[in-house]
Design a binder for this molecule. Structure first.
Ligand code: IMP
Ligand code: MG
Length: 392
């Protein structure tokens, strides 16, 4: 809640979609973005068109079901083009995130509906218990006819036989908040819909280390040890360029001009990689993020999938040791950038300049772990495992 409010207060967002990627905390539960304002509006338009067609000349009574339907009722009624009247009833069947099974009428009708055309306006139809109670009330009132309009509908949960005439958006059986819907009183004012965050069992490691720290070796070991997917930005780039994907072609066009590939292209490539492996145990990110913008984007698209960065782990190795290692490697590897001491020192310097800001970024979130990168491969692996095992 807080985050969303802050963005709105300042009236800016650095990334257009960032506001929508922010997790929302209501009481003890966390929610992730689910249905955008645009999608909600499209659903409302669709219902409004049909209601207009069916009731324009029938002077209907719109019967809003409080509390949740107040926003939808307002939007739907604003779009109605004929004469109409408006009434509300208040029902309650939910406690927390579960239907209690019994529906209480908390605020009854204050006008007779005998012989009237009625349009019931619901925020959401879940089990259908509420609708059944409304049906009883309307039958007792001897209305001429009534139709049901609901903004959201959970077909998998619906157990009744009453026909639902107008549905804005059908959704899976998730608990949602926002746009009138609440969790224990909170969340009704959110302008888009969020759903309950699934428990996050993923381990997502951002692995850092200066050139020569043994990052690749350790990533390979950890990936097998924890069944994680190793995403190396370099590999992702090479794969996309080699296979001439749209993003690969775009990246190449910048590289051919000697320009840096823009963050958005890199981010989209990484996003695709992540989306392809969401059912796994998690990821090791290697060579990404490199900038705060990338770190924000990573957090954003992981959040969208109900997960997050678990830790940034940085292998720490003294500069002199690195220089020695790289020069040693240069003698045999044939990599020209390993052979020259000046070049090697420059690469190390660039690494620290680049990553210092990211270290701050993750330190602030208590997610930064420095690990001593001097020792045998096995010793270093043990130190890394200690950090990862401690994350759970
Ligand atoms: P039903 O009686 O089970 O159909 O549920 C209808 C009422 O339950 C709605 O009017 C809401 O007040 C509440 N409800 C059902 N599903 C949700 C949800 O996902 N989020 C918030 N409230 C819900
Ligand atoms: Mg309701």
């Amino acid at each position: 809640m807080h985050n969303v409010r802050l963005y709105e207060l300042f009236g800016i967002c650095i990334f257009a979609s960032q506001k929508y990627a922010v997790l929302v905390q209501l009481h003890d539960l966390t929610f992730t973005p689910f249905i955008s304002e645009a999608e909600i509006n499209a659903g409302i338009e669709e219902v409004a068109t049909k209601v207009n067609a069916d009731f324009k000349d029938k002077n209907p009574v719109f019967l809003g079901v409080l509390n949740g339907a107040f926003l939808f009722a307002a939007e739907l009624i604003k779009r109605f083009e004929g004469d109409c009247e408006v009434s509300f009833v208040k029902m309650s069947s939910y406690e927390g995130t579960n239907s209690s099974g019994t529906v209480n009428s908390l605020l009854g009708l204050n006008q007779s509906l005998k012989g009237r055309n009625v349009v019931v306006i619901e925020d959401i139809v879940d089990t259908g218990n509420t609708l059944e109670s409304i049906d009883k009330i309307l039958r007792a009132e001897e209305v001429k006819q009534y139709k049901i309009a609901t903004l959201f509908y959970k077909p998998e949960s619906y157990k009744k036989s009453l026909h639902i005439d107008y549905v804005g958006i059908a959704i899976p059986n998730d608990f949602i908040v926002g746009y009138g819907l609440d969790y224990n009183g909170l969340g009704r004012n959110l302008t888009q819909v969020y759903k309950l965050k699934e428990t996050d069992n993923m381990t997502n490691i951002v692995l850092f280390g200066p050139p020569g720290a043994g990052k690749g070796t350790q990533a390979d070991i950890l990936k097998n040890e924890y069944d994680l997917k190793h995403i190396s930005t370099g590999d992702v780039f090479r794969y996309n360029i080699k296979n001439e994907t749209e993003l690969g072609k775009m990246a190449k066009s910048y590289m051919d001009q000697g320009k840096l590939v823009p963050d958005t292209v890199t981010i989209d490539m990484l996003k695709t990689e992540v989306r392809n492996d969401l059912s796994g145990k998690g990821f090791i990110f290697d060579g990404f993020p490199r900038t705060v913008a990338q770190a924000d984007a990573l957090e954003e698209f992981l959040n969208e999938e109900g997960t997050q960065v678990s830790a940034m782990i940085a292998l720490e190795v003294d500069d002199e040791v690195l220089v020695e290692r790289l020069l040693e490697r240069g003698k045999t590897s044939g990599r020209s950038d390993d052979a020259n001491e000046e070049v090697v020192r420059k690469r190390i310097k660039i690494y620290y300049e680049e990553t210092a800001i990211l270290k701050q970024f993750y330190l602030k979130q208590n997610k930064y772990y420095g690990v001593d990168g001097v020792g045998s491969i096995e010793e270093i692996t043990e130190r890394l495992k200690e950090v990862i095992d401690g994350l759970a």
